[in-house]
Design a protein around this ligand. Structure first.
Ligand SMILES: [Zn+2]
Ligand SMILES: [Zn+2]
Length: 358
């Protein structure tokens, strides 16, 4: 972050912060075991800033940890999609000031290894994930390194800011696909990542077919710019891709669902010579017919979180090229975090927002 960007931080006096002798936090002690506690007010360490959390998003990663599918070391405060105001800064902090409204990039790397030095900080083996490896944002305040803070564009409402995190994921995925204007593309999955990927592809000038296990979100997908939709239990994926593209399949597929079936669907939709970007994380073994990959010269690319995509994600939201508000289906206060997790599993849920500041 260069000093030029700093002028775009919006400041507001954090005078009421002084009233907080401690901070409320919701701590996970084991699967489904959430306890609301008041912790001593954290003091930011050298190079860190303390964020008073405004709005946070809850995602499938949080849900998997809460449900016990993904172990963490307990006790742990979850939550990694968030924005808020800086209320205290540690020693050596130079670019962020008290009162700044910031969006947090919740992953930071060691900065010293060969991967970090060559710019691949998202691949750093010593990467720290906020809300997983260290405590996260389901609390009134959380300390993070200064370098995790991005200035929130003044025109973007608090509620639209946490979506910059999943959006940065798909900005990178679409960039790795090398999409060209006018090209036919498909998104597999119509969850948060899929509905954001569809909009990023549209912003890049691509035509988009959305493929999902259910037609439930197809009306919304069309409102957000999908030209066509296809529900996979119907079968007929090959003909759907051919009809939509007017040729042997679509040029680019962005896979966001992270299931073995979705990977198979992506490889079925793509035309010979096309590209498939995988950004969902399939945790189970995934059978792939590599005969077709070779025979059809398909390029398969992995895309892991983000490197430098936060500014572009914030730009797309501020410009209105990506609409995040229609994806927020449920809203809860921090004290009702257990209800927020339950809501995430409902069929009508896309993104659950958690308001840490009443
Ligand atoms: Zn997430
Ligand atoms: Zn590193």
């Amino acid at each position: 972050m260069g000093p030029g960007r700093l002028s775009r931080f919006r400041r507001r006096p954090a005078s009421d912060w002084g009233r907080f002798p401690g901070v409320k936090a919701v701590v996970l002690h084991g699967p489904h075991d959430l306890r609301t506690v008041t912790l001593p007010r954290p003091e930011p360490g050298a190079g860190d800033v303390l964020i008073r959390v405004g709005v946070a998003g809850l995602c499938g990663t949080d849900f998997g940890i809460w449900a016990g599918d993904r172990p963490v070391s307990y006790p742990r405060i979850l939550g990694h999609e968030f924005a808020g105001h800086v209320v205290a800064i540690g020693k050596d902090v130079t670019r962020v000031r008290v009162g700044d409204r910031v969006v947090v990039e919740p992953n930071y790397s060691c900065g010293a290894c060969a991967l970090c030095r060559e710019g691949n900080r998202n691949l750093c083996l010593a990467r720290t994930a906020v809300g997983i490896d260290v405590d996260g944002c389901f609390a009134e305040a959380v300390p993070v390194p200064e370098r995790c803070c991005w200035p929130a564009p003044a025109s973007v409402a608090d509620e639209d800011l946490p979506m910059a995190e999943p959006l940065a994921v798909v900005v990178r995925a679409v960039a790795r696909a090398g999409v060209r204007a006018g090209e036919s593309s498909a998104v597999v999955g119509a969850g948060t990542l899929g509905l954001l990927a569809l909009q990023v592809l549209r912003a890049a000038g691509a035509r988009v077919l959305v493929v999902s296990r259910t037609a439930r979100r197809f009306d919304l997908a069309r409102q957000l710019g999908a030209e066509a939709t296809h529900a996979v239990p119907d079968g007929g994926l090959v003909s759907a891709a051919r009809t939509f593209s007017g040729r042997e399949g679509v040029g680019v597929v962005v896979e966001t669902a992270g299931t073995p079936e979705a990977v198979t669907h992506a490889l079925t939709l793509v035309r010979p010579g096309g590209r498939v970007v995988l950004t969902g994380l399939p945790h189970e073994p995934t059978p792939v017919q590599f005969f077709g990959v070779v025979r059809r010269e398909v390029t398969i690319v992995g895309s892991m979180i983000y490197q430098d995509e936060f500014p572009e994600a914030l730009r797309l939201i501020a410009a209105g090229a990506v609409r995040t508000r229609p994806l927020v289906t449920h809203r809860f206060g921090l004290a009702a975090l257990g209800d927020a997790f339950a809501a995430h599993a409902r069929p009508d849920s896309i993104k659950v927002a958690v308001f840490a500041t009443e």
